[in-house]
Design a protein around this ligand. Structure first.
Ligand code: ADP
Length: 687
């Protein structure tokens, strides 16, 4: 194999490119695979064999086939080993043939037939050698041809394979291209945008399915109209004009227009068209896409409107802030004022909108510490803040204002405070006047109550004199007794002592009664104190004994134990009880002497206060006058003033309580007084 490669570079090439070509090498090539020396050996051996045969066998045959045999030998050598060996075989066989001639026994002059035979042999040998050489050349040529054919076939096969691969690739590419085209068509048809193609003259020659579905218009032309009925009539002129401009310039086209939907609704679309240019730059087609921007447009319009509304509202708000008769201030989170409205600037006479202090510099110096302290607390707690404060007007006058500050928070954190400060000077004055008039009213009430008490005392003069007389009479008796014991000889001090002690007690009793009368009749300011209602009632009863016994009235007391103490003015409340007892005694003078009963009871009220009830067995309340008996100057008595019950009610109400009247069973009237406990009564009394 390796020899063949060396002998034929083409064969080597073939083998290196296509290994299978080696198996197609011809039989001749296989003969030539022997070494050259073998070829020459073949020649020598063949010639020797033919010589042996010629001189040993053939003479016995008595013929002259020697030249023929030698010729056959040469031909065989030529065939088997090539022209060189054949030439050698020719020479050797010729020499063998001429041997007899060279032998000493051979005649010196050659016969003509011998020369001819030798000549013929030489010619035949030369021809054989030439033929052999020609055959070998032809064979080599054929082999070369075969090899080159093999190479060509190999190359052709290779080309063929390549072509087959390319073909397969091409058909695959074509399939892919078809699929891609279909996909593009599908995309173009299904993409949620209106896609169209225009000719260079600006007329549409393709619309995708979205376009057709949206407009409900067919694919064919619209009778000379560019967009058929798809375009809003109001937009048509403007769009046509612009489109013409762009067709002329070839510039990309973009604008917003309304397109009619199949159901007749016009919706805003953003349209964009770009040109496709040829090799020389001229526009061949226009490709167009339109997006529905109706929602966005509406949102934009709404946004624009709301922005306009917002600007208007802001303007109005600013107007309001600057015109409402309120000083509007904004404080930073640290409390510093960083905005003052027009009203504030006008009021203060300070032109700047920033006052840069925590408390405005127009605050009355006396109010600053209080305001600052409250502001400190509000800034820490973040709670709304309200305070009354005096602010200096531009002309120097201080007026009362209420300032209310509320925090503005972001993500729970206070970022600013807004303060509304409004003038309450007039209200403050009215309040002060009200307080003053109330004070005067209370004074007048007290005057009246005092006057009423004095009047009542006047009615009691006889009774009071009797009340005082009793201890004085007892005192005199006990003093006399004591004197008598002292007049004894020796003075009986043991006996005199108790009498003197009783004198002292009687004196105290008289002094006590006089003290109560004095308290009752003196004009003293209201004194609120914690008191036992039962004690106050018992004191009053002590003054009315005589009046009751003089009028044949029997009194009954039902005073509840462990009543809560109430807060009140003792004298005023005693005045009420005395008034009710006096009215009851007076009313009962109208009924028979045997049935004049007065009952005073105290109990714990459901509301937690103390209930006092004064019952009598008199004629009862006047039916027509029941609703009016508490009115001032209402009286059914010829000598009455009609002020008693009115004053009593105002006293009770000033204590936060209630006074009312109901019929008594089986006869008479009941006057009830409910007195609350604790602070509420104090508040209502107002000091
Ligand atoms: P005055 O005693 O001067 O008439 P009051 O204000 O004390 O004034 O009483 C108003 C009226 O209420 C009396 O005139 C009387 O008609 C009626 N009144 C008051 N207490 C009684 C009572 N216990 N029984 C019946 N009527 C009474």
């Amino acid at each position: 194999m390796s020899i063949a490669f060396r002998a034929s570079p083409q064969a080597e090439l073939v083998v290196s490119r296509r290994g299978k070509m080696i198996t197609t090498t011809s039989a001749l090539s296989r003969i030539r695979k022997w070494p050259m020396i073998v070829n020459y050996a073949i020649a020598i051996v063949s010639a020797a064999i033919s010589a042996v045969v010629a001189f040993t066998v053939l003479p016995s045959w008595n013929a002259d086939p020697v030249p023929l045999l030698f010729l056959c030998t040469v031909m065989f050598v030529a065939l088997a080993a090539g022209p060189g060996p054949a030439a050698l075989a020719s020479v050797l066989t010729f020499l063998s043939l001429q041997y007899p001639l060279l032998s000493p026994a051979y005649p010196e002059v050659l016969q003509f037939s011998e020369i001819l035979r030798a000549g013929l042999f030489i010619v035949a040998s030369v021809l054989v050698v030439m033929l052999s050489a020609a055959q070998r050349r032809t064979s080599a040529s054929l082999q070369l041809l075969g090899n080159s054919q093999q190479i060509m076939i190999g190359e052709l096969q290779e080309q063929n394979d390549k072509l087959r691969v390319e073909n397969a690739e091409h058909s695959e590419a074509a399939t892919r291209a078809r699929a891609a085209e279909q996909e593009i068509r599908l995309i173009v048809d299904t993409v949620p945008a209106l896609i169209a193609r225009y000719r260079a003259d600006g007329f549409m020659d393709f619309r995708n399915r979205s376009w057709r579905d949206y407009t409900g218009l067919p694919q064919d032309n619209f009778g000379g109209r560019r967009w058929g009925s798809a375009l809003h009539p109001d937009d048509e002129e403007m769009v046509e004009r612009k489109w013409r401009e762009h067709i002329a310039t070839g510039e990309p086209f973009e604008l917003e227009q309304r397109l009619r939907r199949a159901d007749g609704e016009y919706r805003w679309h953003r349209v964009r068209r770009v040109p496709l240019r040829g090799e020389t730059g001229e526009v061949i087609k226009w490709y167009a896409i339109a997006f529905d921007i109706d929602e966005r447009k509406r949102t934009e319009d709404a946004l624009r409107e709301s922005e306009a509304d917002l600007a208007k509202a802001r303007h109005e708000l600013q107007l309001i802030i600057d015109t409402v008769p309120v000083l509007v201030l904004r404080h930073r989170a640290d409390g510093i004022i960083d905005y003052v409205n027009e009203v504030g600037r006008t009021y203060s006479g300070l032109t700047t909108t920033k006052w840069t202090t925590r408390t405005s510099i127009i605050t009355h110096p006396d109010d600053v510490p209080r305001l600052e302290a409250a502001w400190d607390v509000a800034l820490v707690t973040g709670e709304p803040f309200e305070s009354e404060v005096r602010l200096r007007r531009a002309d120097g006058e201080y007026r009362w204002f209420v300032t209310r500050r509320v925090p503005l928070r972001r993500n729970g954190e206070v970022i600013a405070w807004y303060a509304a400060t409004y003038d309450i000077e007039d209200r403050k004055r009215a309040e002060n006047e009200l307080i003053e008039s109330e004070r005067r009213f209370r004074e007048a009430q007290m005057e009246l109550a005092h006057a009423s008490r004095v009047v009542t005392m006047g009615q009691f003069t006889a009774s009071i004199a009797h009340e005082v007389n009793q201890p004085l009479a007892a005192l005199l008796t006990n003093a006399g007794t004591a004197l008598r014991w002292l007049a004894h000889q020796p003075p009986n001090l043991e006996k005199a002592k108790p009498s003197i002690e009783r004198v002292i007690d009687d004196g105290k009793r008289a002094a006590d009664i006089l003290s109560r009368i004095r308290d009752f009749s003196k004009k003293a300011p209201v004194r609120m104190e914690s008191l036992e209602v039962n004690d106050a009632i018992l004191d009053v009863m002590g003054l009315t004994h005589t009046a009751m016994s003089d009028n044949g009235v029997s009194a009954k007391m039902q005073l509840a134990k462990e009543l809560p103490r109430i807060l009140g003015d003792k004298v005023q409340l005693q005045q009420v009880v005395l008034n009710l007892i006096m009215n009851a005694i007076e009313a009962m003078t109208e009924v028979g002497a045997g049935s004049r009963e007065l009952s005073i009871s105290t109990s714990r009220a459901e509301s937690g206060g103390v209930l006092v009830a004064v019952r009598d067995s008199g004629p009862g309340l006047p039916p027509t006058g029941l609703p009016r008996i508490f009115e001032a100057f209402y009286t059914t008595k010829s000598s009455g003033l009609g002020m008693g019950l009115s004053i009593c009610r105002s006293i009770v109400e000033a204590h936060g309580g209630r006074l009312w009247a109901t019929p008594n069973e089986p006869q008479g009237a009941v006057f009830c007084m409910m007195l609350p406990i604790g602070e509420q009564s104090l508040e209502k009394l107002g000091g």
